[in-house]
Design a protein. Structure first.
Ligand code: PZK
Length: 287
């Protein structure tokens, strides 16, 4: 980070700084969260894996929608991006029924106004991916909203454009990932507008923090799926009897090492690039 860069935001595991000329610097740390709590132990290179994956997807989806990426810094964890006017909704696409979508379906038979067939089971693939927007909560969980409420927030025309774009992005990435043994169950995008009012993809894209990655070879509907990246951490936490409130537990070295391996494996499978090559020159993911 440049000296004296102004800090303009914090996520659970990322930081945002202001640069000159209407640019921002998004820095991905090695922090990891589980059960919504950031743990005191870091996963070495996790931030680099997420930054590299995001850059990879931004480079490959530019024809579908422009994005905020301007440059990857040599540290491999920092993205220079265009400052946008962000839309006030989280744009979620679900290809499988899980998480809050599964909960809402069990309670109402619908998710964000999409009435689904009866008799679906946990982790079932949906016949078509669905767009399920949510509000941005400052604290706590985002709240799923129907398209009517989302249209009040961004306008009907813009919402239609966002929905079409988000579904197209999901179809592209989930097909690519499935061919490489990773199911993308769902994913969250944040869009913004540039100075000319054009829709631009911001934030991170198709990382394990913005998406649910499942190992395809272990997929079996009717039950919760193991997480591609965080399952060792979850399993370890479950052995402790931890109540899942802050502070979380320290992780032992073997859980850290196994988890780092899973992040690197996701990177290498999805990009086809060795992670060592990325560390030597982060630009490799953009070519
Ligand atoms: C923006 N966030 C989320 C919060 C983080 C990330 N290109 C952009 N232009 C304007 N604003 C944002 C972006 C992006 N991306 C993203 N908040 C604002 C966020 C805190 C830390 F790393």
């Amino acid at each position: 980070m440049p000296e004296a860069a102004v800090h303009v935001g914090s996520g659970k595991v990322r930081e945002l700084y202001e640069l000159e000329d209407d640019r921002l610097l998004l820095v991905a740390s090695d922090r990891i969260s589980t059960f919504d709590v950031v743990l005191p132990t870091e996963i070495p290179d996790k931030g680099r894996v997420l930054t590299g994956l995001s850059g990879f997807w931004f480079a490959r989806t530019r024809a579908l929608v422009p994005n905020h990426l301007l440059a990857l810094r040599p540290d491999g964890r920092s993205t220079e991006c265009r400052r946008l006017q962000m839309l006030p909704i989280e744009c979620v696409v679900r290809g499988y029924l899980t998480g809050s979508g599964w909960k809402d379906y069990c309670a109402t038979g619908a998710v964000c106004g999409h009435v689904l067939a009866e008799g679906l089971r946990d982790s079932d693939q949906l016949p078509e991916p669905i767009f399920t927007p949510a509000t941005k909560a400052e604290e706590g969980h985002d709240e799923n909203i129907d398209r009517e409420r989302a249209a009040e927030l961004v306008g009907q025309e813009r919402l239609d454009e966002v929905e079409q774009t988000a579904i197209a992005l999901y179809r592209f990435a989930s097909q690519h990932a499935a061919e490489r043994g990773i199911l993308i169950a769902d994913t969250k995008f944040e869009f913004g507008l540039d100075g000319e009012g054009r829709l631009v993809l911001g934030d991170e894209a198709f990382t394990p923090d913005s998406s649910r990655f499942w190992p395809a070879d272990e997929y079996e509907s009717g039950r919760p799926q193991p997480s591609f990246d965080k399952q060792f951490v979850r399993d370890y936490c479950e052995t402790l009897g931890w109540d899942k409130t802050d502070p979380g537990p320290e992780l032992p070295a073997e859980v850290v090492a196994g988890t780092r391996e899973r992040y690197v494996e996701a990177f290498e499978r999805l990009t086809g690039i060795s992670f060592d090559e990325y560390l030597a020159d982060p630009q490799v993911v953009l070519r």
